[in-house]
Design a protein around this ligand. Structure first.
Ligand code: M6R
Length: 373
């Protein structure tokens, strides 16, 4: 059932073009849709939600754990920038114990692949008790969290067997992007033109993902080169920040190698002290609004002897001179980059764990779903 792959994780990484298609296809306007329809993703589940009131007088609270929490963090950037809806992001395990301020009219979005994570379920229940409408984003149909919520959006990623989440994460990102476009249309923050452009980008994303997957062998070579490193840093800015956190989690969870993700701007507030010539630093330097500032962070790391593995956009001619290794991904809209940029980091973690001889699909001390609080 691994369909020729040596691990479920590899199979699930390679399933991502198809999984993203499954998440998005039912929601995207049909090709040839009239002018008005082409910027409107379909969310009949949310017809009754008062979106202008949500934006003006209430807020979204996202609740999740682990990888799903990283998706939630990306969701905050997406919702706030594309829809101008205010968002808080909480670790589900913290939420109930910090006397959160949630009011009727708020929307609580619980994100969970399995739909069985006890902390996320309990946090959703608490948010609903306080008066919020509960929306679940789940992969597993009819799971506990799906049943607990007022509304459910399924990612349709298909079964994820490997403990390390891969396609579940990128499909959550795709769903959150669709949702941000939907909300942005309803608040008026997004023009029809801009919304249609983002939806076209989502429609074309599987092809770009195939191109990234085509680089798996090159990424394995990079993994071999750095396999003896015991500390890794992952740096990203803006939407690449949650991707950096996720890249670091992937590596530590399956290879047991220490890795940390940071926002680029934070490194000089502490973590740069870790940098020397034994520390590979994965820098997410895709073209877009934060590109030049990211390069400045890259230079700071380089000046301290850090070894740079850069993730950059195809066509970037500067990066080759600045980095020890470069992984290029196709150019896509900056709001769609997180989905694409996650994949090389999954492959890097996968190959490093495999080279270490780790039990990739069943890492020690971990369970696929954490059903105790
Ligand atoms: O099923 P969930 O999305 O609620 O799971 C949350 C976390 O336990 C999960 O994402 C965990 O961090 C993964 N093992 C990460 O790969």
């Amino acid at each position: 059932e691994k369909q020729g792959f040596s691990h479920f994780m590899a199979k699930e990484i390679f399933e991502q073009p198809q999984a993203i298609r499954a998440t998005t296809s039912g929601r995207l306007p049909r090709a040839g849709e009239d002018d008005l329809g082409r910027g409107e993703p379909s969310f009949p589940e949310l017809a009754e939600l008062d979106v202008p009131a949500l934006a003006a007088r209430a807020k979204v609270t996202m609740l999740a754990c682990g990888t799903s929490w990283h998706a939630a963090l990306a969701g905050k950037y997406l919702f706030e920038q594309l829809a101008r809806v205010p968002v808080e992001v909480d670790l589900a395990s913290e939420f109930r114990y910090r006397q959160p301020i949630v009011r009727p009219g708020d929307l609580a979005v619980a994100i969970s692949q399995s739909g069985e994570t006890a902390d996320t379920r309990a946090a959703l229940m608490e948010a609903r008790r306080l008066g919020a409408t509960g929306l679940a984003i789940c992969n597993v149909v009819d799971s506990s969290i799906a049943r607990e919520a007022d509304r459910v959006l399924y990612t349709h990623a298909g079964p994820e067997i490997s403990v390390a989440s891969t396609k579940a994460f990128t499909t959550q990102l795709a769903m959150l992007t669709l949702l941000a476009v939907h909300l942005g249309r309803r608040t008026g923050a997004l023009t029809l033109e801009r919304a249609a452009g983002l939806l076209d980008g989502l429609r074309e994303l599987p092809v770009a993902l195939d191109a990234v997957l085509g680089q798996a062998a090159a990424i394995e070579i990079i993994a071999r080169r750095w396999r003896s490193a015991r500390d890794w840093l992952y740096l990203g800015r803006g939407l690449a920040f949650p991707v950096a956190l996720e890249g670091a989690l992937k590596l530590k969870e399956i290879s047991y190698v220490h890795a940390e993700g940071y926002a680029c701007g934070e490194i000089k507030h502490g973590p740069i002290a870790l940098v020397d010539e034994r520390v590979p630093v994965v820098v997410l330097a895709l073209e877009g609004p934060g590109y030049h500032k990211t390069l400045a962070s890259l230079e700071e790391v380089r000046a301290r002897g850090g070894k740079i593995i850069a993730l950059a956009s195809a066509g970037d001619r500067r990066i080759g001179d600045l980095a020890d290794d470069v992984i290029l991904v196709p150019q896509v809209d900056p709001y769609l980059q997180p989905i694409l940029a996650s994949v090389p980091l999954q492959l890097l973690a996968y190959h490093l764990a495999r080279l270490e001889g780790r039990d990739v699909d069943q890492p020690r001390n971990l369970a696929k779903s954490v059903t105790v609080e």
